[in-house]
Design a protein around this ligand. Sequence first.
Ligand code: B12
Ligand code: SF4
Length: 417
Amino acid sequence: MRVLLISSNNVTSGLETPLPLGLACVAAATEKAGHEVRLLALASEATWEAAIRNAISQLHPDVIGISVRNIDDQNMQCAHFFLAPLKGLLAVCRKVSRAPVVLGGAGYSIFPGSALTFLGADFGIQGEGEIAFPALLSWLEAGRRTAAPPGVYLPNRAALQRSYVEYLDTLRLPEPRLWLDSTTDTAARVPVQSRRGCPLDCVFCSTSAIEGKPVRKRSPELVVAWMAEVYARGFRNFHFVDNTFNLPPSYAKDLCCRVIDSGLDLDWWAIVYPKWVDVALVQLMAKAGCTQISLGFESGSKPILQMLNKRFNRTDVQIISEMFADAGIERYGFLLLGGPGETRDTVEESLAFAESLHLDFLKITVGIRIYPHTPLAARAVAEGAVRPDDDLLAPRFYLAASLRDWLPDRVAQVVAS
Ligand code: B12
Ligand code: SF4
């Protein structure tokens, strides 16, 4: 089959647009299954409509896959809902092609039923696409005679239970030629994924809908061999997109040792959970080329950390933050204010705590995006903050009622100072 894969992430609200690693993974698996594939990354196209028309008239695709990475920008003060412009994109595909349209991607996976209905596509795949998308193509080729493959959503029909690939090595990272062409800026940060899944169950988190809970790993040697291949094309900046780089710590250390042994001169960024970090890991990360980490501690108040189901305390954050500072690694801290139980006192405690860390950068978010099937969603329904039948696709946020008139201004004041 001829397959056109479109990265719809043409977000224009001033956000950094990441290279489409996820879609490239699907492209690699689809090509391996014997199909002809073209990947169109709209983020790098000035005029998306002409780009789609051109691609369709050149390829005459039998199937069009669209990657929906973002639903919104998680910004309660001025929420951008990215699915509305996506409807226009789908309309252009429909106008010039009769190929069925399949949705997938991180954002889509959180809302597999409601996003499919909203966008009016033919199929959707929740979670990783490397197995399910080629399976869907085979099913379409065979004339749809059996039930749709696991993980595939049809309009108004729930999917058969999806499964996860346990050994990620069976899903190879995509070859650079598929998505890093001669026009890609070699200064860009190339996303790299060594693990999938997060078992930590923070009350607001959507990750399990995308990647599942168990941590599934690639062999460190394969990850580093892949980075070397990308490096050989002139890229030295990477971004580990794993949810928790330091989980499990033994794996993180092994990965760093392999990078060090490879002798590659890398500069990379990772997401660190402020627990299970020791000096040895931090030193290995620094030696392997880590220059920046994001440290999502979210709060500096004990009851709020407990309410968010965080497994660390203030002392953990303090000690770990200092370790990274001592190693010369920049720390981007994140506060998430306004959740259940938050009061003016807990907010002030968190702000003072964040200041005491002397971070290199601090992002403060007011209000927590509510995702389906999370403890936060259940709480918001129980408190009457959202209706039980709200599918939460259009962005909804939790903000403690007593803080609504005060917190946004207080944070604006802090940011301005
Ligand atoms: C790393 C990360 C970032 C990094 C990206 C760095 C980089 N250079 O790549 C940074 C920090 C820059 C970032 C920024 C943002 N992010 Co972010 N990010 C992530 C994270 C943790 C991993 C994404 C990733 O790369 N995954 C690895 C790849 C391999 O997986 P994948 O893309 O999901 O692809 C797989 C499947 O989805 C599927 N698939 C993908 N495409 C397709 C297409 C088809 C047709 C099919 C069938 C299947 C399929 O198959 C792929 C392979 O298995 C996710 C959370 C998560 N765990 O997914 C959030 C996430 C995607 N981000 C999110 C958000 C909101 C943002 C921001 C808007 C935040 C902000 N306000 O700035 C910006 C948007 C930036 C932009 N312009 O897109 C949300 C999106 C949900 C939503 N509400 O919209 C997520 C889901 C986090 C969350 N809250 O749950 N992000
Ligand atoms: S640590 Fe991060 S990915 Fe894991 S559950 Fe918490 S917020 Fe989600």
